[in-house]
Write a new protein. Sequence first.
Lengths: 338, 334
Amino acid sequence: MARLRYIDALALALREEMRRDPNVFLIGEEVAQYQGTLELSKGFLEEFGPQRVVDTPISEVGIIGLGIGSAMAGLRPVCEMMRMDFATPAYDQIVQHAAKIRYMFGGQFQVPMVIRGPSGVGLQLSAQHSQAIEVLFAHVPGLKVVVPATPADAKGLMISAIRDNNPVMVFESLRMYFTKPDELEAIQPGLSEVPDDPDFSVPIGKANVLREGKDITLVAYSWMTIQALKAANELAKDGISAEVIDLRSLLPLDMNTVLASIKKTHRAVVIQEQWPLYGCAAEISAQISERAFYDLDTPVLRVTGAFVPMPYAKNLENLAFPTEVDIVAAAKRSLGGK
Amino acid sequence: MAKGQTAALDAAKYRRFYEQMVHIREFEEECLRAFQRGGHGIGGYLHLYSGEEAIAVGIIGALDLAAGDCLIGHYRDHAYALAVGSPPGPVMAEICGKYDGCSKGKGGSMHICDAERGFYGGYGIVGGNVPIALGLGWALKYRQQAGVAVCFFGDGSMNQGAFHETLNMAQLYKVPVLFVLENNGYAMGTSIERSHANTDLTDRVGSYAMNRKKIDGQNIITVHEEVSQIVADMKANPAPFFLECDTYRFHGHGAADEAKQTVVYRTKAEIEAAKANRDPIAIAAELLLEAGVITDEDIVRFHDEAVIAAKAAVQFSDDSPVPPADELLKDVYA
């Protein structure tokens, strides 16, 4: 087991897959000569050459289209969005093309591609670079939407995404990129550990019970999972035992793990970074109500961000997305002040 | 028609091209009749290729599909499948939403494909197929395969951002994509004059420093001879090429606006003049008769056989079942 930063785990996964399979290539803005805006692909150009580590113009439609066509022809492109926000100009290519090609041609083609990049709220990046738009894609059949929270999942899910025969979007947590292993270990021992096993991967579609508990279930993903773990630590001080489920992927959505937990705890809080309406917390709450209503002692609660574009000013930004404090408050509300 | 064009034609090849064009025409006309008759399962949209046959036949006839050349189309796509050699029955069955359709009835008229023969399908979003063509060409280049990917699109696509991102990247990376503009003068009901600030569409591509040419898309010999040379050059020195084929569509944008077209955006006289003077099949007949490649008897026979083949395709479709209900949830994920 190595203790790694999230960004290093991502880079390791990409490097290992590119070494393993000559059909895998990385394409995006500033990925080669600049070595990635956050230096994720440092050394890649030297190791793999310009044919497999490809700088592009600022043309997301072209990048994604190139990925789709080359994937249909048998390659395994990894298309980097400098930020996943920039996938929005290519929404047509992703939603209208990549997602539907297999179905509308009766299974004659497959699109084994990865669309990945940093994502999420905060860091004073303001309205257009600080948001959680993964739900816009998680609505669409044909896509997979992966949201790793930990360094181990960053590596293991990325490997699975590259090997998957479907278009997979990986929304990486920018907040987690540079978080030091020591900080993660302080939240929960083992949280920064990544298995050394070269065959290590994490299957897409299986949620992870990151912390076991018996009083309440906290369901989260990506950076909010880390907030939920912090909240669980706080709740423990008050004698409340919280179970933390990290969804790992929004599509497919592993409800079985969530429902099994609720059978045990009878209470749930679902957490997501941003807009509540029609969001993933709404979907999970609805499914719990439909499938586990009689297991519940109290209504499912949602903890979400404010329904506003992300403001820049630090004080306003802090009000726009949830933190462990909001999660603790919701959990206590669910428990009726226990 | 260029003088002396018929001097040294490959007779067998051009007989086949003529036959293919006639078969495509009769297939499309039979589609329209089946749509208007009703009862065959054709719903939604139906876009017909009549009037543009020389482009699909002449260009696809210049490709080596078995060696990896490939193509991608848009929603006016039946002809591409027929030109690569897809049997007409499954193409018609797809148009009619039947289980024996090439896409199992899940795609319909706009989403015909033939993976085995290198046809990567028809797409319903104007310009949406253009970036994907870049990837098809990219894969050829990545594997150091001497091939070309052909991208068919219409004049409407050139006003989409996707088109311009793609052309820039194709030229930047020297990706062997042959961009084929089928300029039929109208994006649905909006003419070139009403939608392009510069109506010289080949000139619009000049800013990408890409090799380009405008040709008469109604003349099968012009199309095929030009493209054969272009494809050979592209294989020797991988790079994209933009080819504008001047053409005309005989029917409305879709079968549904067959009546409306002459009320709102073009005149009956314009359509009749094109049918009289710019019919690619009539032009081919004249040229190939003159060259001694086909005879008057051939013309009659090819036509009659094409009519029978088109009706047989409808019969094949009528005999095919609708997709079983359990197909609904299949093919979403690999």
